[in-house]
Design a protein around this ligand. Sequence first.
Ligand SMILES: NC(=O)CCC(=O)C(=O)O
Length: 264
Amino acid sequence: MKIALVQVASPDAETREDRIDRVEKILRSINGAELIVLPELWSAGYFHFDDYAALAETLDGPTVSMCSRVAAELGVHLHLGSIIEAGEGGQLSNTSILLGPDGSVVHTYRKIHVFGYKSKEAELLTAGTSLPVAALPFGATAGITCYDLRFPGLWMELSTRGAEIVIVPAAWPAARREHWRLLSTARALEHQIFVVACNAAGTQEGVELGGHSRVVDPAGKVIAEADAGESVLMVDIDPAQVSTVRNEFPVINDRLASYQTLTV
Ligand SMILES: NC(=O)CCC(=O)C(=O)O
């Protein structure tokens, strides 16, 4: 199964409409991928906090519409990263969406851990409250977002719910790139799953993004990693490797359902 990680920048001087047009051309240049992944809030720009309200959109807005059209025309699953979703009552969410090969929405996730460190996301956006796992042709697939990478309890629940491939769109700064690399590898290894982590590139509002999008296999091997700049990283995975690795080294079978029952 071929996956394309589209690591793009969101320059301050570029409008959302121009960026959507530019990314559409990149998407249409990709051949042979069954799954395409984009970074967190790429069309608005994660660090463009002052524009969040103005660039909030619904599921029939410009970003989803373009991605849905491309997914259907290419016949691919397309994880569009995430958008600033305009919800009911004026609530805004960091909403990631996976589109099927007919362009329809097959998975939606609203970021649970909204980020507040040198970031206005936690102030401006409402945290999600659900953690869906979708049964797809290439395996049980979930999507979480960027900062969610840091929370082991969330990953334990993803594993308990049967996730085999976890897609992680991100806008992760270069200042903490080594955390990005360590955590994405650790999550794949500890849960014997694929982690498909697509980060942003470039600079936004003076913050350098870390790039280094990567795919880690269920044995914790980094099977592909981009550099820091804009790129399309093509990776071939075998979804059956999840069961192969788990049969060879059944560590998950030894995991306690809860550790809270242990005496002190
Ligand atoms: N967009 C984000 O959630 C940034 C997370 C981050 O920079 C970190 O966890 O470090």
